[in-house]
Design a protein around this ligand. Structure first.
Ligand code: 13P
Length: 271
C-alpha cells in the first residue's frame, strides 16, 4: 500500500480504498480500477468478517489483486486484535490497520508499535488511527467524534513508525444524518505536523468538493464502504422486485458497486 500512497503523493491525488464483502463487490471494484487504469485498495474490516469470513475473502481478494492489470493493495481495515492482523498478514495482505483509537494513548502507541513490527517483517504497510472517527464500522453504537490533536499526532507517528495515519476531523462511518462540517483547519495542522500520508475514513456522503479540499491538504487514502453496500442492496432489491434470477442479480450487484467505485475514483484522481 505504501507504493500506492507514494504514487498518490507524487500526483497530489488520493487512492480509493473500497470495502468489499463478497465476490460481486470485488469484481465491481476491480473492473472500475482497470477501466480507469487507476490503482485501488481492496479492504475489509475485522467486524465484517462475521458475515464475510477471512479464510474465504482473503484468497479471493488477493487473487483478484494479483490478476488485475493495475496495482491493487489488499488491506485489513479496522483491525481490532493483533491476532486478526497476524492472520491477514499470513494470507498475504499488503497492508493492515490496527484501530487503537478507543484505547488509551499509551496503549494505542504500544499496540501500533507491535503491529508496525509485524507488518514490517511481512513486507506490509501499517495504518493507525488517532482521535475518534464517528459512527462505528460494522456496529450500531455511535462514537462521539474527537478530533485528532496535531501535536499528539506528531508524537504518535514518531514513536510508532506507522506508515499512514487515519485522522478524525469531524468525519464518521455510515450515512451522515446532515452534511458533516469537516475541520480542514485541523487537517492542515496535522499535515504540517506529521510526515506520513493521511487517511480519511467515513467517505460515504462527503461531497466531491470536500474530497478535493481534503486531498489538497494531504489526504492520500479515502475509505468508501457504506455507499458500495447501499448501492449493492438497492440493486438487489430492484432485481428481487422484478423477479430476476440469480445470474441477473449477481451481474446487477457487481455493476452497482462498479458504478459507485468509478464515481469515487474519478473524484479522487483530481483530474
Ligand atoms: P463509510 O462507510 O462512511 O464509507 O466509511 C468507510 C470507512 O471509513 C471504512 O473504514
Amino acid at each position: 500500500m505504501k507504493e500506492l500512497l507514494d504514487w498518490a503523493e507524487s500526483l497530489q491525488c488520493a487512492v480509493g480504498a473500497f470495502s468489499v464483502g463478497n465476490m460481486e463487490m470485488v469484481m465491481g471494484a476491480i473492473r472500475a480500477a482497470e477501466e480507469t487504469n487507476t490503482p485501488i485498495i481492496l479492504q475489509i474490516a475485522e467486524k465484517r468478517l462475521a458475515s464475510s469470513p477471512l479464510h474465504l475473502m482473503a484468497p479471493m481478494m488477493i487473487a483478484a489483486a494479483r490478476r488485475a492489470n493495475v496495482p491493487v493493495a489488499v488491506h485489513l481495515d479496522h483491525g481490532l486484535t493483533v491476532d486478526c492482523v497476524r492472520k491477514a498478514l499470513g494470507y498475504g495482505f499488503t497492508s493492515v490497520m490496527l484501530d487503537g483509537s478507543l484505547l488509551s494513548y499509551e496503549e494505542n502507541v504500544a499496540v501500533t508499535k507491535q503491529v508496525v513490527q509485524m507488518a514490517f517483517e511481512a513486507g506490509a504497510t501499517t495504518e493507525a488511527e488517532l482521535g475518534v472517527v464517528g459512527g462505528n464500522e460494522g456496529d450500531t453504537a455511535e462514537h462521539v467524534i474527537t478530533c485528532t490533536d496535531p501535536e499528539v499526532a506528531a508524537d504518535f507517528c514518531r514513536r510508532t513508525g506507522v506508515d499512514a495515519l487515519a485522522v478524525a476531523i469531524g468525519n464518521a462511518h455510515g450515512n451522515y444524518p446532515v452534511l458533516p462540517e469537516l475541520r480542514f483547519d485541523v487537517l492542515e495542522e496535522i499535515d504540517r505536523a506529521v510526515n506520513v500520508p493521511l487517511v480519511l475514513h467515513g467517505g460515504t456522503g462527503i461531497t466531491d468538493e470536500m474530497f478535493r479540499t481534503a486531498i489538497g491538504l494531504g489526504v492520500r487514502k479515502i475509505n468508501i464502504a457504506t455507499a458500495s453496500f447501499d448501492a449493492y442492496a438497492a440493486a438487489a432489491k430492484e432485481c428481487a422486485g422484478k423477479g430476476a434470477d440469480w445470474f441477473a442479480l449477481s451481474a446487477a450487484c457487481a455493476e452497482a458497486v462498479y458504478r459507485n467505485v468509478i464515481r469515487h475514483i474519478n473524484v479522487f484522481s483530481m483530474k
